[in-house]
Design a protein around this ligand. Structure first.
Ligand code: PBG
Length: 330
């Protein structure tokens, strides 16, 4: 054949392919997600997330150390309280002695500014009903999450996390006005330097299924009245716009893998860094298929993260962060 264009020329060797690669993952773009649970004395495996555990505060520290050694620059912490400490409003979330605040303090104490400590700022792990805020009757006999009361609680929680040493707070409840209120509360408490990573485009997704196991949640139902409908993408642009106007330092799309079009749209319009969250269900699907020998685990993990990055994510929250960073170094 007489072809002028033969794109295969640029695929002919590893050196050539690397030379022309349009994007590359770096360990510093990966954010390791951790769970820390109260009242246990050794790490507990999470059944639906093989390879992941609920940490004790003590076991968390060496895991963070390993992440840092691999070049990971940020961690995201979730707390799992004692069942007895849960209540209707999730008040243990802003108790300085609550598990999440203790874990933040321990990591910050040990590692200082060597790793960016991101705290999840949401109530669903801490409420008895598992919703992201206190419930209220909507006047027609339906219980709904009370937007303004939830925002007030998030402000208390954010300030307590900043006090414990969090560099970044990250509200994931999708309440209206939460970013402006948290910014003001943090500033008033003297935490002008603590930044906000907003879960701006968060979908009411079934891909969070295994996360319920991870945080011991009894949650039933869905979050369709406060998180986004998977049918929508324009709405994400509005949410991101509002969050940036209200002072978000970084924005997030979640989940990631099934929402790459949303990641792209947000990356194209955002004036602040964009994160994407490869969630528990994305992790569980890869692990289950790999355990069955149905796909090549390492290659699929890399490809899934490369795709999220290519779609426009500057940072990726993932349960694979440390492991992938170690692969990238070799
Ligand atoms: C809310 C929160 C959830 C996840 C992260 N933050 C659960 C939810 O909104 O229902 C899910 C993360 C994952 O599935 O990996 N605090």
């Amino acid at each position: 054949m007489e072809l002028v264009r033969r794109p295969r020329r640029l695929r002919s060797s590893a050196a050539m392919r690397e030379l022309v690669a349009e994007s590359a993952l770096r360990p510093s773009q990966l954010i390791q997600v951790f769970f820390v649970r109260d009242g246990i004395d050794s790490p507990q495996p999470i059944a639906s997330m093989p390879g992941q555990v609920q940490h004790t505060v003590e076991s968390l520290l060496p895991a963070v150390e390993r992440a840092i050694a691999a070049g990971v620059r940020a961690i995201d912490l979730f707390g799992v309280p004692l069942d007895d400490d849960k209540d209707e409003t999730g008040s243990i979330a802003w108790d300085p002695d609550g598990i999440l605040n203790r874990a933040i303090a321990a990591v910050r104490d040990r590692f200082g500014d060597d790793v960016v400590v991101i705290a999840d700022t949401c109530l669903d792990e801490f409420t008895t009903h598992g919703h992201c805020g206190p419930l209220v009757d909507d006047g027609r006999g339906n219980l709904v999450v009370d937007n303004d009361a939830s925002v007030e609680a998030y402000c208390r929680m954010a300030v307590s996390q900043a006090r414990a040493g969090a560099h970044v707070v990250s509200p994931s409840g999708m309440m209206d006005g939460q970013i402006a209120a948290m910014r003001e509360a943090l500033d008033r408490a003297g935490f002008e330097d603590v930044s906000i990573l907003a879960y701006s485009a968060k979908y009411a997704s079934a891909f969070f299924g295994p996360f319920r196991d991870a945080v011991g949640s009894t949650f039933k139902g869905d979050r369709m009245t406060y998180q986004q409908d998977p049918a929508n993408v324009r709405e994400s642009v509005l949410e991101v716009q509002l969050d940036i106007e209200q002072g978000a330092d970084m924005v997030m799309v979640k989940p990631a893998g099934s929402y790459l079009d949303v990641v792209r749209r947000v990356a194209d319009m955002s004036t602040v860094p964009v994160a994407a969250y490869q969630v528990s269900g994305e992790y569980a699907m890869i692990e289950a298929a790999a355990a069955n020998g149905w796909l090549d685990r390492k290659r699929v993990v890399m490809e899934s993260l490369q795709s999220i990055h290519r779609a426009g994510a500057d940072m990726i929250l993932t349960y694979y962060a440390t492991e992938v960073a170690e692969w990238l170094n070799n």
